[in-house]
Write a protein that binds this ligand. Structure first.
Ligand code: CUA
Length: 434
C-alpha cells in the first residue's frame, strides 16, 4: 500500500470516529448531558467548552499532521547512512515558544471572560435558595417564602435563581447537568451559583447530583429540579407554606388559583394496596379523599430518566396486606425515634433537624435522596431498615428484629423496634402529608 493511501484511510477512520462522538454527545435522548444547556449559565460554560474544543482540535490536527508527515517523510530507508546531526536552532526555539504563548492568549481571554460572568453577583430580584449538603441528601430552603424541603427544587422558568451553597459535614458538589453548574459545597464556606432556567423549559424535570466523593452513599445523593410556570410555582409555594395536615379533604388548588382554606376531616385510612416491585411489600397508603395541597408536579408526567429504578435488597421483606392508619401513624411517629431527626410543621412533637424536613414529604417524587420512588412499599421498607436500602445512611434501622448493618445488632423492642403494622401506620401518615 502506498503511503498516501494509508494516510487517506487513516483520515477517513478519524472522520467517522468524530461523527460518532458528535452524534452521541448531542443526542437529546441523554437527559444528563451537559452539552445541551437550558440556562444562561449553562450556555456560557458551553460556549467556553466549544471554543476551547475548537482551538484544541485545530492544534491537535496541525501538530499530529506535522508529526505524521515527518515520521513518513524522514523515516529510515535502506542503505542510508547516519543523517546529519544538528542541535539548537534559534529560529525554531523562538517559534515554538511564541506559538504556544499566542495560543494561550486565545484560551485565556474567553476563559477569564466566562469566569467574570459566572462569578458575578446574581441579578437583583433573584429567587434565593439555600442549599445545604448533608451525608447523603440535600436540604433546600426558600428564605423568601419560609419553605424548607429536601431533595427536590421547584423553579419558576425565566427567573434567575441564586443558590447559596453550604455543607453540614463534608465537601459535596452541586450539579444539575442540563441547567448548569457544577459548584463545590464546602465545609465552613459559602459558595454561590446562579442561573436562569429558559422559559422553554416549563414543565420539565431535571436530574441533579452530588459530584464530589463524600462517603459510602455519595452516588445516592441525588435530587430533582422541577422547572414550572410562575403560576404553578406560586401554587406550589402556597401549598408548601401550609403546616402539615393529613386527612384534610378538599379541592385541589388549581395552578395559580387560591389555596382553599384547610378543612379538617376524619383521618384517612388506607386500603390494602397493590403489590409493588418483586412482591417485597404491599403496603399502600392511598388517601381515600383528595388531600388539599398546592401544585405538585404530576407523577405520571415525570419522565423515566427521573424515576429511580433501584432494586430492593432481596433479604428485606414486609408483611403483605397490612392497612395503615394515618392517625395511629401520627401517634407512633410522634412517640418514636423519628422525631429526634425530622421536623413536621404542624406536629409540635417533631422538631429534629438532622434529617430531611417531612412537612410535605408526601408531595415528593422520591425518597432517600432520589434512590427510590416515593411509594408506600418503598417507604415502608425504608423505615424498616434504611441501612439495608442505602449503605451507611445515618437513619437508623427501626424494624423490630431487623439487623442493623451499622450497629451490627438486631433491633429489639427495648430499643424502640417497630412492628410492620406500626410502620404501615407511619407510612399512611407520611404519605398523606402532601
Ligand atoms: Cu455528597 Cu458526594
Amino acid at each position: 500500500m502506498k503511503g498516501s493511501d494509508r494516510l487517506r484511510r487513516l483520515a477517513s477512520y478519524a472522520f467517522i470516529a468524530a461523527l460518532v462522538v458528535a452524534a452521541v454527545s448531542c443526542n437529546e435522548a441523554h437527559p444528563n448531558t451537559t452539552l445541551v444547556p437550558h440556562s444562561d449559565l449553562g450556555r456560557e460554560i458551553d460556549f467556553l467548552w466549544d471554543r476551547l474544543l475548537l482551538l484544541g482540535t485545530i492544534v491537535f490536527i496541525l501538530v499530529e499532521g506535522v508529526l505524521v508527515y515527518v515520521v513518513f517523510r524522514y523515516r529510515r530507508r535502506e542503505n542510508q547512512g547516519t543523517p546529519p546531526q544538528t542541535h539548537g536552532s534559534t529560529k525554531l526555539e523562538i517559534a515554538w515558544t511564541l506559538i504556544p504563548a499566542v495560543i494561550l492568549v486565545f484560551i485565556a481571554v474567553p476563559t477569564v471572560r466566562t469566569i467574570f460572568i459566572t462569578q458575578a453577583q446574581a441579578a437583583p430580584g433573584s429567587l434565593s435558595i439555600e442549599v445545604t449538603g448533608h451525608q447523603w441528601w440535600w436540604e433546600f430552603k426558600y428564605p423568601e417564602y419560609g419553605v424548607t424541603t429536601a431533595n427536590e427544587i421547584y423553579l419558576p422558568v425565566g427567573r434567575t435563581v441564586n443558590f447559596r451553597l453550604r455543607s453540614a459535614d463534608v465537601i459535596h458538589s452541586f450539579w444539575t447537568p442540563q441547567l448548569g453548574g457544577k459548584r463545590d459545597v464546602v465545609t465552613n464556606r459559602t459558595n454561590y451559583m446562579w442561573y436562569t432556567p429558559d422559559t422553554s423549559t416549563s414543565s420539565n424535570v431535571w436530574n441533579g447530583f452530588c459530584v464530589e466523593y463524600c462517603g459510602a452513599s455519595h452516588a445516592n445523593m441525588r435530587f430533582r429540579v422541577f422547572t414550572v410556570s410562575q403560576q404553578q410555582f406560586d401554587s406550589w409555594v402556597a401549598g408548601q407554606k401550609l403546616p402539615a395536615r393529613f386527612g384534610a379533604v378538599g379541592p385541589v388548588a388549581p395552578p395559580g388559583g387560591p389555596i382553599p382554606p384547610p378543612l379538617e376531616a376524619p383521618a384517612v385510612t388506607t386500603p390494602p394496596g397493590a403489590r409493588l416491585g418483586a412482591a417485597q411489600s404491599s403496603v399502600a397508603a392511598v388517601a381515600t379523599g383528595t388531600v388539599q395541597t398546592g401544585y405538585i408536579f404530576p407523577r405520571d408526567k415525570i419522565p423515566d430518566y427521573a424515576v429511580p429504578h433501584t432494586p430492593i435488597p432481596p433479604d428485606l421483606k414486609f408483611t403483605a396486606g397490612l392497612t395503615g392508619n394515618a392517625a395511629r401513624g401520627k401517634q407512633v411517629f410522634s412517640s418514636s425515634a423519628c422525631i429526634g431527626c425530622h421536623s413536621i410543621a404542624g406536629n409540635p412533637a417533631a422538631m429534629g433537624v438532622t434529617g430531611p424536613n417531612l412537612t410535605h414529604v408526601g408531595s415528593r417524587s422520591t425518597i432517600a435522596a432520589g434512590r427510590f420512588p416515593n411509594a408506600a412499599a418503598y417507604l415502608a421498607l425504608w423505615i424498616k431498615n434504611a441501612r439495608k436500602m442505602k449503605p451507611e445512611v445515618i437513619m437508623p434501622t427501626l424494624g423490630l428484629d431487623e439487623y442493623d448493618p451499622v450497629l451490627k445488632a438486631k433491633v429489639t423492642a427495648a430499643r424502640g423496634g417497630l412492628t410492620d403494622q406500626q410502620i404501615a401506620d407511619i407510612v399512611a401518615y407520611l404519605t398523606a402529608l402532601k
